[in-house]
Design a protein around this ligand. Structure first.
Ligand code: HEM
Length: 607
C-alpha cells in the first residue's frame, strides 16, 4: 500500500517546473537507507555554527546519508550572508558606498533576491547517482547543513525557499500564518480532497475547521479506544497465526489496520482490510497511489484535455474516484435521511456505547447549526480518510523499525505495559494511555526521526520579512514565493537535538537549549501538557502535526490510536528485524514508506 497525504516537495505540478525538480521528481520514489548511527556526532556538535557563512563543499549523500553527515560546516569568521547576486556570487560588502545597496536592489529582480543563500551546487550534485537515488528530503538536509536555516533552491524559472529554522517556522505557522497559503498543495490535492480542510483556502478553512475540530471531542475520542483496541487485536490475532520464525511484512499489515480504523471512525464503514482486499479497498488504495504518483510527477499531465480518458491509469483513477464517491454519497444520503439536530454539549455527554453509529459523518450531519452540502461533507470525510490513514500507519511502521534496532527500549516499553495496563490483551483505557509515557515517547521519537510528512508546503501571499532566527539576518520573501518547511531537517538538526539521529525516547525527559540559535527557546519538558511534546514545548523544533492554526485536527486521535496499537502488539510480541537494517530503504511521496516493506519476526513474549 502506497499512498500520499501531503504532497512532497515535488508536488509543484506547474508546467514551469524547473529541470532540477523534474529530475528530482523522476527519482523521488527511489530509496535511501533508513540506517542511522550516532558516530561523528560529537565532532558534528562542535562544528555546528548555525548562522555563520559556511564554506560550501559539494554534497556527499551516501546510502546511509544521515548516519555519517559530511563535514561541511567549517568555522569561519562571524559574518552573515550578504545575499546572492547570482548563483555562487555573494553581494560584495561595501558598507561605505552605495554600490552594495544598488546591488542588493538589483538582486531583488531575481527569484533568489531575498537575502538567503542559493544552493548553487544543485545541478552538479544531480549528476551524482547517490543524490538522484535519494528521496528529496535527504539532499535537502545536506543543503541545510551547508547553507543554513533558510535557503533558495532551484534553477530555471521556478525557485523555492527551504525553511529549516524553528523561529522562522513559528512565524509562518503561528505569528503571521495569514500571510501564507497552502500554495501548490491545493492544486495537487483538490481533485481528490476537493474543498476538504487540508487544501482549503483561508476563507473556507475558517468556516469548516471549527465544525470538524469539534467532532474530535473528548467523549468521542474516549469511545474510539474501543475501536482502536478491536482493530489492534485483529492484527495481533493475525500475527499470532504466523510461526515465531516466520517472516511477516508488518508495514502492509499496519496500513490495513489503520484503514479499518479510519473507515469505521469516519463513515462507520467496515473495510475489513485486515481480512481481504475488496473492490472498494482496491479502489481506495489505487486512488491513494495515484495521488502519490501525481505528487512525484514533473508535469500535471492529468490536466491535459482528454488525458483522463486516454491514459489508462487516469481512466482507472476516474473510475475509482467514481466508485468511492458513489459509496460515500450513499452513506451521506443515508445519514442525511435520519438527520437530527444535536447540540455539541449533547454530543459531549453522550453514552456512545449505546449509539449504533458514532462516526464523524454522523456528527457532521447532526451537529446543530451547520448545513454543509453533500459535496462539502464528502470532501471533509475524504480528507480525513486520507489524512488519518497512512500517517498513523507510517508512524507505527517506523517506530517498530526503531524498536527492533533498540531491543532494550522495546523491552522497557513492554514492561511498562505489563505494569500499567490492566487488560490481559494490553488494550489500555484513556487513563492508562496517559500513564503509558514510555510507549508514547517511543512513538514521539519515531515521528521525530521519520516525520509523516517530512516536508510541508506554504506560499507567501504577500511580501513578508522573516524573523532572523539562526540565520542572524532577516530575509524578505516576495509575494508568491513557494516554501518548503523541511520537517525532516528541523527534527534532525544538531542545532536542536543532542545526538539527533539516535533513537532515544529518554531525550524527552531532558531540557535542551542552544544559545547559539538566536530566538529559539529550546525544549522544555515542563511545557508538555498533552499526549506528545508539541510545537510549543519545543519552540517549533518538533512539528510532526504541523503547528498554529493549521495544526492537525486528528493529532490526539492519532496518538491514542498508535499508543493502543503499540500497547497491544508489545504486550504479546517482541519484534525482530528479519533483514539487515541497511536493507530497509526509504521512499517518499508524502509520508515516508519503506521501499520493499518491513520484514519482521514476531516472537511471543512471556510477561
Ligand atoms: C500520526 C498521524 C498523523 C500525522 C503525523 C499528521 C500530520 C499532520 C500535519 C503535519 C498536518 C498539517 C499540514 C500542514 O500544515 O500543511 C495535518 C493536518 C491535518 N490532519 Fe493530520 N496527521 C495525522 C493523523 C491525522 C488523523 C488521524 C486525522 C483525522 C482523522 C487527521 C486529520 C487532519 C486534518 C483534517 C488536517 C488539516 C487541518 C487544518 O488545516 O485545519 N490527521 N496532519
Amino acid at each position: 500500500m502506497r499512498a500520499t497525504l501531503f504532497p512532497s516537495p515535488l508536488e509543484m505540478t506547474t508546467t514551469q517546473r524547473c529541470s532540477f525538480l523534474s529530475r528530482c521528481c523522476s527519482t523521488s520514489s527511489r530509496s535511501s537507507s533508513a540506517f542511522t548511527t550516532t558516530s561523528t556526532r560529537e565532532k558534528q556538535k562542535k562544528k555546528t555554527n548555525h548562522g555563520q557563512q559556511r564554506r560550501r563543499k559539494s554534497i556527499v549523500v551516501v546510502q546511509n546519508a544521515i548516519s555519517e553527515p559530511p563535514e561541511t560546516r567549517e568555522e569561519s569568521e562571524e559574518k552573515t550572508y550578504n545575499g546572492a547576486l547570482f548563483p555562487g556570487v555573494e553581494i560584495p560588502r561595501d558598507e561605505n558606498s552605495s554600490t552594495e545597496l544598488v546591488l542588493k536592489k538589483f538582486s531583488r529582480i531575481f527569484p533568489w533576491g531575498n537575502g538567503a543563500p542559493i544552493t548553487e551546487k544543485v545541478l552538479f550534485d544531480l549528476l551524482k547517482e547517490e543524490v538522484r537515488s535519494a528521496p528529496l528530503f535527504v539532499p535537502l538536509y545536506q543543503y541545510y547543513r551547508d547553507y543554513g536555516g533558510v535557503y533558495n533552491l532551484g534553477a530555471g524559472p521556478k525557485w523555492f525557499v527551504v525553511v529549516s529554522d524553528p523561529t522562522v517556522v513559528k512565524y509562518m505557522f503561528k505569528d503571521n500564518a495569514d500571510a501564507f497559503s497552502k500554495g501548490i498543495l491545493t492544486d495537487i490535492m483538490q481533485p481528490i480532497m476537493g474543498d476538504g480542510l487540508i487544501p482549503a483556502n483561508k476563507e473556507l478553512w475558517a468556516k469548516r475547521r471549527p465544525v470538524v475540530g469539534s467532532a474530535f471531542h473528548g467523549t468521542w475520542l474516549k469511545h474510539m479506544t474501543d475501536l482502536f483496541g478491536r482493530s489492534a487485536m485483529n492484527l495481533s490475532d493475525k500475527l499470532e497465526k504466523h510461526g515465531e520464525t516466520e517472516q511477516i511484512e508488518i508495514e502492509s499489515e499496519l496500513y490495513a489496520m489503520a484503514l479499518d480504523v479510519i473507515g469505521e471512525a469516519v463513515f462507520n464503514y467496515e473495510f475489513g482490510a485486515l481480512n481481504e482486499e475488496t473492490p472498494i479497498i482496491k479502489a481506495v488504495y489505487r486512488v491513494l497511489r495515484e495521488s502519490e504518483h501525481r505528487s512525484t510527477f514533473p508535469l500535471p499531465y492529468w490536466q491535459i484535455p482528454g488525458a483522463m480518458e486516454a491514459v489508462p491509469r487516469q481512466k482507472q483513477f476516474s473510475e475509482d474516484i467514481e466508485m468511492i464517491n458513489a459509496e460515500l454519497t450513499k452513506l451521506i444520503r443515508e445519514a442525511l435521511e435520519n438527520k437530527q439536530d444535536v447540540d455539541l454539549s449533547e454530543f459531549e455527554s453522550r453514552d456512545y456505547k449505546n449509539v449504533s453509529d458514532a462516526s464523524l459523518l454522523r456528527f457532521l450531519v447532526d451537529i446543530r447549526g451547520d448545513e454543509a452540502s453533500d459535496r462539502q461533507l464528502r470532501d471533509d470525510l475524504m480528507t480525513m480518510l486520507i489524512a488519518g490513514h497512512e500517517t498513523t500507519a507510517a508512524v507505527l511502521t517506523w517506530t517498530i523499525f526503531c524498536l527492533c534496532k533498540h531491543p532494550d527500549v522495546m523491552k522497557k516499553a513492554a514492561q511498562s505495559i505489563d505494569t500499567i495496563v490492566q487488560d490481559p490483551n494490553g488494550i489500555p483505557t484513556v487513563e492508562e494511555i496517559r500513564k503509558l509515557r514510555d510507549v508514547r515517547m517511543c512513538l514521539v521519537e519515531g515521528m521525530r526521526l521519520y516525520p509523516a510528512p517530512p516536508i510541508l508546503i506554504r506560499r507567501a501571499i504577500e511580501t513578508v520579512d522573516l524573523p532572523k532566527g539562526g540565520m542572524k539576518k532577516s530575509i524578505q520573501l516576495k509575494k508568491g514565493t513557494d516554501c518548503f518547511i523541511a520537517v525532516w531537517n528541523l527534527h534532525r538538526s544538531p542545532d536542536h537535538w543532542e545526538n539527533p539521529d539516535l533513537f532515544d525516547p529518554s531525550r524527552w525527559d531532558r531540557k535542551f537549549t542552544n544559545p547559539k540559535i538566536e530566538g529559539w527557546n529550546g525544549y522544555d519538558p515542563e511545557l508538555v501538557t498533552g499526549l506528545y511534546p508539541n510545537e510549543v514545548a519545543t519552540d517549533y523544533a518538533y512539528v510532526p502535526f504541523g503547528g498554529g492554526q493549521r495544526r492537525c485536527a486528528g493529532d490526539v486521535f492519532a496518538m491514542m490510536e498508535a499508543t493502543v496499537a503499540l500497547s497491544v502488539l508489545l504486550k504479546k510480541f517482541s519484534f525482530e528485524l528479519a533483514c539487515d537494517e541497511k536493507d530497509v530503504q526509504m521512499i517518499t511521496g508524502a509520508t515516508i514508506h519503506t521501499k520493499t516493506g518491513l520484514p519482521v519476526r514476531a516472537k511471543r513474549r512471556k510477561p
